[in-house]
Design a protein around this ligand. Structure first.
Ligand code: FAD
Length: 405
């Protein structure tokens, strides 16, 4: 029988094995995961999971072991990372074993970027895995004075969860506003008001120069000369694609596993999906590596289908989409944030606690941000998919506004 091997047992990896079975593949499937846990969902880890006080730690698992093993017929190799890929002999190294494949999906995702000096200091955490979230939640349960380093999504959500518990939180961000990478500086500035409104001490334009303490973190020293007392430091400094194990494999690694538009890596029958994949997105005619739930799920599905049937491989093109929940606010973004112009076309974050903003590059609509306007965002995603001009975007926004008034 043919054998599909999927490396990385999270969202993209799970979708890959499910798609293979949906597609009628009746060969062997092996799912390899570095973490000891069954595949689980990450977005709740910085949201509801942190908010529950004194919870028992029930993980947000996607499927039971029984469904995976029995219904889907998946051989699970959890708790052991893959350590090498040998494309010539079509094999993956896992612990002491070497596993042959006929088709391979790489779905090893990303790992949290560490700060220099944070290793070996108790009370300092990144937030990427279930184990990270359990440790952070325990510290919050004890009422930790919390310092969050980095006001990206994970940092902002963590701060919101700590504030919901009534704890003191300081967020330190080197950029001039929160969420610069995700929504750009202009709208990041408007979103800073969320933190202020909820009593989070947000300090932008300063960086952490040292974490201090004897064995345990006690203080965070900042570039403006101040020092913050802390029992818990959560570092949200971005993520790096998990490609170390592919060194020497011959695959092209450049901020992720480089793929063509069908997620093909260039090595026969080897495809990549999710946060680890940097693929050519035909819709924007450029390489992209996304760290978004929706694209990881969709790519996992397609990568398996393509790997099992390369002759009929289909391309993956998408308008990137992500959401984030902070305090009582849902933030959604579609497209790309690098814009020549941003126009707020409806509402105002500070005044109404909601808004829609559009992003222009040349004369095209390339992005849209919705704050507490959950029904709007997919309409703009549709426009961007169809290649709408900036004028089309503005006209559409006007129609939506009129329809509402
Ligand atoms: P991952 O989920 O990173 O999984 C990769 C898996 O591969 C991991 O389990 C890892 O241990 C394993 N692995 C790594 N190396 C190896 C190896 N050598 N051998 C075997 N296994 C290996 N996205 C949104 O759109 N909205 C949100 O609100 C949102 N919130 C988030 C909150 C948090 C706290 C985090 C961490 C992410 C969030 N995301 C969100 C992003 C989203 O969760 C990711 O895009 C998604 O998890 C990517 O899935 P993946 O399967 O590609 O990679």
């Amino acid at each position: 029988a043919r054998r599909l091997v999927v490396v990385g047992a999270s969202l993209a990896g799970l979708r890959a094995v499910e798609a293979a079975r949906k597609d009628g593949f009746d060969g062997r499937i092996t799912l390899v995961g570095a973490e000891p846990h069954l595949p689980y969902d990450r977005p709740p880890l910085s949201k509801q999971f942190l908010e529950e006080i004194g919870a028992d730690g029930t993980p947000p698992t996607f499927r039971t072991e029984e469904v995976l093993r029995t219904d889907l017929g998946v051989e699970l190799l959890l708790g052991t990372p893959a350590t090498f890929l040998d494309t010539r002999n079509r094999a993956v190294g896992v612990g002491e074993r070497t596993i042959g494949y006929d088709a391979l999906v790489i779905a090893t995702g990303a790992t949290a970027r560490q700060l220099p000096g944070m290793q070996g200091l108790d009370g300092v955490h990144t937030l990427r895995t279930l184990d990270d979230a359990v440790a952070i939640r325990r510290a919050l349960d004890k009422g930790a004075r919390t310092v969050v380093v980095g006001a990206g999504f994970i940092g902002a959500e963590t701060a919101a969860a700590a504030r919901k518990r009534g704890l003191d939180v300081v967020v330190v961000e080197a950029q001039p506003t929160p969420l610069v990478r995700a929504v750009g500086e202009t709208m990041g500035g408007a979103l800073a008001s969320l933190h202020l409104r909820h009593g989070t001490d947000l300090r932008c334009g300063v960086s952490v120069i040292a974490l201090e303490g004897e064995g345990r973190v006690e203080r965070v020293r900042l570039s403006d000369g101040t020092a913050l007392d802390a029992d818990l430091v959560v570092v949200g400094a971005g993520a790096v694609p998990a490609t170390d194990w592919l060194a020497g494999s011959g695959l092209t690694l450049d901020n992720g596993v480089v793929c063509d538009e069908t997620l093909f890596t260039g090595a026969e029958d080897v495809y990549a999906a999710g946060d680890v994949a940097r693929w050519h997105n035909p819709l924007f005619d450029r390489p992209m590596r996304l760290e978004h739930w929706t694209s990881a799920a969709e790519q996992g599905d397609l990568a398996a289908r393509n790997a099992l049937n390369p002759a009929a491989a289909r391309g993956y093109s998408t308008v990137p989409y992500f959401w984030s929940d902070q305090y009582d606010t849902r933030i959604q973004f579609v497209g790309i944030p690098d814009a020549d112009e941003i126009a707020v076309v409806d509402g105002d974050i500070e005044r109404d606690h909601q808004c829609v903003a559009l992003y222009r590059a040349d004369n095209r609509l390339v992005g849209a941000l919705a704050v507490n306007r959950p029904t709007e965002i997919m309409k703009y995603r549709g426009l961007i998919t169809r290649g709408a001009s900036w004028a089309d975007g503005l006209t559409f926004a006007q129609t939506r506004r009129k329809a509402r008034d």
